[in-house]
Design a protein around this ligand. Structure first.
Ligand SMILES: Cc1cc2nc3c(=O)[nH]c(=O)nc-3n(C[C@H](O)[C@H](O)[C@H](O)COP(=O)(O)O)c2cc1C
Length: 357
């Protein structure tokens, strides 16, 4: 099943990021690359996955390796999804529609951000398969209510509630995203009074608790996945409130600086929830071996954030497709060399207890 593309994902992403740095205005490049505060968490994320060491099996039949899995009932050829990142129009004039074309070509699943710079209708049409909507819960609850209802009508099959953003953390490089007011409000404009001032940063409701999971589930009629979990106790509380999935995430190091790397937080969350829900993870995933390690720790699947924007800036939809195909090929190879012929054979015994982030 593997293709013969000789370029590793790490090299491909280095090349795409370098191209992005050349072709994008510096404010766009910096907005995508940056982390919050001193950028300690955003810098640590990649290295944390690389701290693990593997204990591969040998002499297992790997003549057929099946990289496929399902997430919340959606069948995928590999356990890799697209994380919600705001304003793809920063990287490509067609924004999320262009991303969607690449995702569709690689048969992956896109978490479409609330802050999509293209209308949900257009993104959903370009995907023409299952997708999830990421939401922040607004103070004006009616906005969120209408947004999730529209997403459900347009075919979204889950709602991803970002839980780690009661306020938008301060960044040192670029504070406001370099997009126009129109691009900023693409998916809100229709719900607002004409010419309404709408400052997103102050519109997120900092008072919400886990009961919002129940509300979102009732309003949307869709399963709710909570994103931004780093602790087992929070994970349990979300499940009790009705969450069907969790994403272990520190928002790519863009919220609380010095938050734990997700590679170090994942096992606690998995152990706390057992089989009661699916746990996904994002942050610093840059190779097929990272995917193998995440699954060994108990993740169902991983999500990619910045790599998608770099690919989009460098090569548009075909770049996004290439990233997804390359990581799938690398995961295939990592599975075969670790002696796993299906994702169900990947477990924590593949990891050495002596090496951890
Ligand atoms: C430019 C940018 C914008 C983002 N916007 C959002 C967002 O609107 N909502 C959200 O839940 N996460 C957002 N994230 C976080 C990603 O969903 C994801 O958690 C993170 O990027 C994963 O780390 P990675 O970039 O190392 O793959 C954003 C990340 C970036 C880089």
């Amino acid at each position: 099943m593997t293709s013969s593309d000789p370029e590793s994902l790490v090299d491909l992403l280095l090349r795409y990021e370098r191209t992005a740095a050349e072709v994008l205005p510096s404010a766009a490049y910096d907005f995508i690359a940056e982390g919050a505060g001193e950028e300690i968490s955003s810098r640590e994320a990649v290295a944390a996955w690389r701290a693990y060491r593997l204990r591969p099996h040998v002499l297992r039949d790997v003549s057929h390796v099946d990289t496929s899995t399902s997430v919340l009932g959606v069948r995928l050829s590999a356990p890799v999804l697209i994380a919600p990142t705001a304003f793809h129009v920063m990287s490509n004039a067609q924004g999320e529609v262009e991303t969607a074309r690449g995702v569709r070509a690689a048969a992956s699943l896109m978490v479409v951000p609330t802050l999509s710079s293209m209308p949900l209708e257009a993104v959903a049409a370009a995907l023409s398969g299952p997708w999830w909507l990421q939401v922040y819960c607004t103070r004006e609850r009616e906005l969120t209510r209408r947004l999730v209802a529209d997403a459900a009508r347009l075919g979204a099959s889950a709602v991803v509630l970002t839980g780690d953003t009661p306020l938008v953390a301060r960044k040192r490089r670029v504070i406001f995203p370099p997009v126009t007011a129109d691009q900023y409000l693409t998916n809100f404009r229709r719900y607002l009074a004409r010419d309404a001032e709408y400052a997103f940063a102050t519109s997120v409701d900092p008072s919400i608790g886990v009961e919002i999971v129940t509300w979102l589930r009732e309003e949307s009629g869709l399963p709710v996945v909570v994103k931004g979990i780093l602790r087992g106790d929070d994970a349990k509380a979300c499940i009790e409130a009705g969450a069907e999935g969790l994403i272990v995430s520190n928002h790519g190091g863009r919220q609380l600086d010095r938050a734990l790397p997700t590679a170090a937080a994942l096992a606690d969350v998995v152990d706390a929830v057992g089989d009661s829900c699916e746990v996904l993870v994002d942050g610093g995933i840059r190779s097929g071996i990272d995917v193998l390690i995440a699954l060994a720790l108990g993740a169902r699947a991983v999500l990619l954030g910045r790599p998608v924007q770099w690919a989009l800036a460098a090569e548009g939809a075909s770049g996004v497709e290439r990233v997804l195909r390359t990581i799938r090929d690398e995961f295939f190879q990592a599975m075969a060399l670790a002696g796993a012929s299906s994702t169900s054979q990947i477990d924590r015994s593949l990891l050495s207890a002596a090496f951890k982030p």
